[in-house]
Design a protein around this ligand. Sequence first.
Ligand code: UGA
Length: 441
Amino acid sequence: MKVSIYGSGYVGLVTGACLAQVGNHVLCVDIDHGKIEALQQGRIPIYEPGLEDMVRDNVAAGRLSFSLDPAEGVRHGLFQFIAVGTPPDEDGSADLSHVLAVARSIAEHMSEYRIVVNKSTVPVGTADRVRETIARTMADRGAALEFDVVSNPEFLKEGAAIEDFMKPDRVIVGTDNPRTAELMRALYAPFNRSHDRVICMDVRSAELTKYAANAMLATKISFMNELANLAEQLGADIEEVRQGIGSDPRIGYHFIYPGCGYGGSCFPKDVKALERTARQVGYQAQLLEAVEAVNERQKHRLFEKLSARFDGKLSGRTVALWGLAFKPNTDDMREASSRALIEALWEAGARVRAFDPVAEDECRRIYGERDDLVLCDSPEDTLTGADALAIVTEWTVFRSPDFERIRKELRQPLIFDGRNLYDPRHMEEMGFEYYAIGRGR
Ligand code: UGA
């Protein structure tokens, strides 16, 4: 089948590569010259395991190509995927100008039936706006061609996006036209394992499903973080509690890890956007507001603990920091807990020596060169002259470090672990003063 995809960012590129991988002919269109030029030369603008090879293989096989020309995009694919960004406006709502610009451009160039598939995360009701925009633009040029608008939200995790696309838990398809539903089923059939993964529903329910999934996951995390803070006050260990409740299959073990807050480009943005959508229809989403507030507070927990330990006197101190990315296997630092900690430390007059396996370039891009930030080549390098070690990302290389060396190199054997990587009793035995989340102190 022939597929065109507008937006060669994270979602567009993964979707394009994976649809090509199963034999479709995919054309990715973007307005960014630099990006398209790089992609044509086989250079990928983002870090995502497996993506570069998959793009290269499919370009070589002639199934994946790139273009700057929207007219070519509209000619090419029966399926027209919109995968452009929807950055939050100042008030937290999604900015739809890119999505609607693509809709207009499709309508301007269309000469036969097309299925317009929205993959960008957009507020409920956006498919209707896309439909109106296409109809109006087409009317303006005196055309009246048949088209459909489908909502097909993505559920990709950064760092596991290829796996998530190739082996989806579910594929959500929102359409009111049964014939379009069948065509979408056929497009996604190669990704079914053991049973049909495609769930068809009406357009608005599909749009809301995306927000519901992310809001539920964010809620689980904030709930656990709330309980972790409470456990500290009560002298309980949240890790014991986690296992205790996870054993109930109705609760489950997944996604209930307490820590120093969730980050990334999705949870913070989507929780805010859903809250705002609720407000627009006159409903106050109290639970969502709390999920966000708890997370904001949680991002500051490590700093609070550090500051309390040093009686508020962090000026002139140096903190070693392990992890910059908002989670392992990505270089993404959007809304990362590391940023809340780094910025609070600077504010308090402290210096930071940080290490991250892949996010250091991104950190340099965000903060530039500064005296109070040293980016190190290894986890051990960060320890030199540091008063304490703080851990914010659970990269596997941090799981079993040389504790003896850490103890010797730090000025004091002080660790503030925002991801509960180690056993507090073991740490104490080794002579560390160990602060984790929801585990005693
Ligand atoms: C999230 C969702 O998991 C995807 O299903 C969704 O498609 C995506 O957003 C999106 O909307 O595009 P992602 O942002 O890549 O994916 O990251 P996650 O792996 O979900 O992690 C989010 C944050 O939650 C991280 O900062 C992580 O450290 C934190 N987290 C996760 C916890 O603090 N505790 C947990 O138990 C799990």
